[in-house]
Design a protein around this ligand. Structure first.
Ligand SMILES: [Zn+2]
Length: 201
């Protein structure tokens, strides 16, 4: 849509990520908003060039980064106090969480695969489901629950390693657990117990 493309621009900013620049008729000033639902949005006057808005945003980069960090912190504390990992109902907020999960979890999975020598050639899908934290298909594709980003990082790593071990053993037999436990330095049981304290909603 041409009209839409002329009114909106998405840019990538280091330390902040995706930012939406929106030209609004009737807006006289540049304004930055940061929300869990819409992310970082710069509203700007219709006639102003995007370059000016980008420069303005960069001058406020620290403020935006702090606001994002505060929001992420609130989300984590809310999750940790109830040991419940919930995805938002709002579709826009849900998609933002999925993108955040993808950005956090995929590099973790790839680096764990490289570090432990798993020949991972499959796809990673970030799922919104309440039945499991992750799964691995017989074709070697891995699904990860987007709610994993609400968990402490060591539990994220534990789930990722569990799924990677399924690339070698497609079951939960003794060989599977022996491999996983050895990669976890003998802490599989402990981590499993800790993960079970968390509810998926
Ligand atoms: Zn499994």
């Amino acid at each position: 849509m041409m009209a839409d493309a002329a009114r909106k621009k998405i840019i990538q900013v280091p330390e902040i990520g995706e930012v939406l620049l929106v030209k609004r008729p009737g807006t006289a000033r540049l304004r930055i908003s940061v929300s869990p639902r819409r992310g970082v949005v710069v509203s700007m006057p219709w006639m102003l060039p995007y370059a000016i808005a980008e420069k303005f945003l960069l001058s406020k980069r620290q403020w935006v980064a702090d606001a994002l960090e505060r929001q992420a912190g609130q989300m984590h504390r809310a999750a940790e106090s109830g040991r419940t990992a919930t995805a938002p109902d709002d579709p826009a907020e849900l998609e933002r969480m999925r993108e955040a999960a993808r950005a956090a979890l995929v590099p973790k999975l790839l680096s764990a695969a490289a570090r432990y020598g798993f020949p991972f050639k499959g796809r990673v899908a970030i799922k919104n489901n309440v039945s499991n934290w992750g799964s691995c298909s017989s074709k070697g594709n891995i699904n990860l629950n987007m709610r994993l980003i609400l968990l402490p990082e060591h539990l994220q790593d534990y789930v990722i390693l569990h799924e990677l071990c399924h690339l070698r053993h497609q079951n939960h037999g003794p060989a599977f657990h022996a491999l996983l436990d050895s990669l976890l330095g003998g802490k599989e049981k402990e981590l499993q117990r800790e993960l079970h304290e968390w509810k998926i909603r």
